[in-house]
Ligand binder design. Structure first.
Ligand SMILES: C[S@@+](CC[C@H](N)C(=O)[O-])C[C@H]1O[C@@H](n2cnc3c(N)ncnc32)[C@H](O)[C@@H]1O
Length: 233
């Protein structure tokens, strides 16, 4: 269980992101890897879905449209992200946002048929506990989907480590899978989701050395780890 200081540090960092409008900006950046993931999730109209680390709520809004007979819940450690998500989704009946952490999900056991988390898990102070919590809140035969761009097997993201102002985990696909298995998921698998969006001719940001490195990073793709909660332990 993470200590209170780590939680406060995360909350303050992502409240800053929210105030700078970065929550809304992530839709454009993450959609090219989220769309193929949604296709794999095979959402059903009555699914109850949890988005862990939902940020400004753009994905919760999209998910809600795919599950008109179900419900979508977004949780985030940043109360400012949650406040903005609630405003942006006001009036959508099958959506709920809660302030909370992956390590202590504010939901009863067996509440969801699918749990998704996008670009959040490597920030969790205690990923093992977060994955265990996802297992707890999933119904038997429900599935978990964790999508991340920062992982050890993609050499073109390693330079990000020094750019983050909060602690992160640079784990390999095998290490993420081990954590899923240890939580009880069976079967567990992973795959790459290449980012096929167009890249600029010239890159001037701070995350890549140049446009070529950015293209290589996108071709390697994001890591999608998935697991099912068995119907019997
Ligand atoms: C890079 S943002 C991604 C947000 C959103 N999933 C998206 O794709 O736009 C990471 C999000 O994870 C949240 N987060 C980080 N650690 C968390 C934790 N332990 N529990 C819940 N949320 C967390 C942050 O507050 C932030 O909103």
């Amino acid at each position: 269980m993470p200590d209170r200081a780590s939680e406060v540090r995360l909350q303050e960092e992502f409240n800053r992101w929210a105030e700078e409008g970065r929550g809304e900006g992530m839709e454009e950046h993450h959609l090219p890897i989220v769309e193929p993931t949604l296709a794999l999730m095979d959402l059903q109209p009555a699914d109850c879905v949890l988005d862990v680390g939902c940020g400004s709520g753009w994905l919760v809004r999209r998910l809600a449209a795919s599950v008109p007979g179900g419900q979508v819940v977004g949780i985030d450690v940043s109360d400012e992200m949650i406040r903005r998500a609630q405003l942006a989704c006001a009036g959508i009946p099958n959506v709920k946002f809660l302030h909370g952490t992956a390590e202590q999900i504010p939901a009863l056991a067996d509440s969801f048929t699918k749990v998704l988390s996008v670009e959040s898990a490597y920030y969790w102070p205690d990923p093992e506990r977060g994955i265990g919590e996802i297992f707890r809140v999933l119904r038997p035969s429900g599935s978990a989907w964790i999508l991340i761009n920062y992982y050890r097997d993609n050499p073109y993201c390693h330079q990000w480590g020094v750019l983050y102002s909060i602690p992160t985990h640079l784990l390999s696909a095998a290490e993420w899978q081990e954590r899923f298995s240890a939580a009880g998921f069976r079967p567990v698998s992973h795959r790459r989701i290449p980012d096929r969006s167009p890249s600029p001719e010239v890159y001037t940001g701070r995350w890549f050395r140049d446009a070529d490195e950015m293209r290589r990073f996108k071709a390697e793709g994001a890591l999608l780890v998935t697991g099912t909660k068995p119907t019997r332990p």
